[in-house]
Design a binder for this molecule. Structure first.
Ligand code: CP
Length: 304
């Protein structure tokens, strides 16, 4: 039985295969409509979500399966003090697979050690978000056709942005990918990740505060929200929240085939005027997330 806790739990071959399955689902949805008949997905969301929870639910419905779960820990027995371990032990009596989001880093890993069914990490604190990475990779694949040789700019909250951490890990395994890490000095990628993912492999990256100077060289611009819920101090959040606001003017020097990604939700960091730019892909990412989660459910349930 396999769980997905960290994107690096999957080999690059497995990621490529999930992307291929997702592409086949896009082309032939009817082939997959009953693949999970009789199977149940539980969504245990101890932290708010729109996209991840609903796309998992839509994914399971489109595979012919059923969904149960909660979207608010306050309505579960966690509010009475039940542990994550006991919760998953119980839910694995009702469901064949569990997608879990939790504010504490490592909670889905603990859950996977106790669960009798596969656990999918749907975001754990400021740590990882592997299924968002699968959505990001499918989007890049559909837009650029490849990962090798891309220059990828990550911009915003690179400290607490779990989607950044997971996508960095995944892309660091492809050939000649260059990273431009754009953030205020307080919100840089944590040292342990730079060491593990970038320095150890001698990968090409720079850190900068200047989005506009970096813009012309980027093939992908991955914008992120400043993660208010991870700050200890509201004043720091207020000071940093509008560090970067992408506008049509700032895109004037961008490559014509650059693609703008954002895991969403957005707050202020991308002006709505950018939505009409053909390079804006963040709503395509949302849809891709459903298809690649369908592929992942099939893989973890070992459905042919
Ligand atoms: N991208 C993402 O995780 O969005 P939600 O928080 O709405 O699930």
């Amino acid at each position: 039985m396999r769980s997905l806790i960290d994107i690096l739990d999957l080999s690059t071959e497995e990621i490529d295969s999930l992307i291929d399955t997702a592409l086949d689902i896009i082309d032939n949805p009817e082939k997959y409509a009953h693949k999970c008949a009789g199977k149940k997905l539980a969504t245990l969301f101890f932290e708010p979500s729109t996209r991840t929870r609903l796309s998992f639910e839509a994914a399971m419905y489109e595979l012919g399966g059923h969904v149960l779960g909660f979207s608010d820990s306050g309505s579960s027995s966690a509010s009475k003090g039940e542990s994550v371990s006991d919760t998953v032990k119980v839910v694995s009596c009702y469901a064949d697979i569990i997608a879990m989001r939790h504010p504490k880093e490592g909670a889905p890993l603990v859950a996977s050690m106790k669960s009798d069914v596969p656990i999918i990490n749907a975001g754990d604190g400021g740590h990882n978000h592997p299924t968002q990475t699968l959505a990001d990779l499918l989007t890049i694949k559909r837009e650029h056709g490849h990962f090798d040789g891309l220059t990828v700019g990550f911009c915003g909250d690179l400290k607490f942005g779990r989607t950044v951490h997971s996508l960095l890990g995944a892309l660091s395994r492809y050939n000649n990918v260059r990273f431009v890490l754009i953030s205020p000095p307080e919100l840089t990628v944590p040292d342990y990740l730079k060491k593990e993912l970038l320095d150890k492999k001698n990968l090409d990256y720079i850190e900068t505060t200047d989005l506009e100077a970096a813009m012309p060289e980027l093939d992908i611009l991955y914008m992120t929200r400043v993660q208010r819920e991870r700050f200890f101090n509201e004043q720091d959040y207020i000071r940093l929240k509008d560090s970067y606001i992408l506008t049509p003017e700032k895109l004037e020097n961008a490559k014509p085939d650059m693609r703008i990604l954002h895991p969403l939700p957005r707050v202020n960091e991308i002006s709505v005027a950018v939505d009409d730019d053909p390079r804006a892909c963040y709503f395509k990412q949302v849809l891709n997330g459903k298809f690649v989660r369908m592929a992942l459910i099939l893989k973890l349930l070992e459905v042919d």
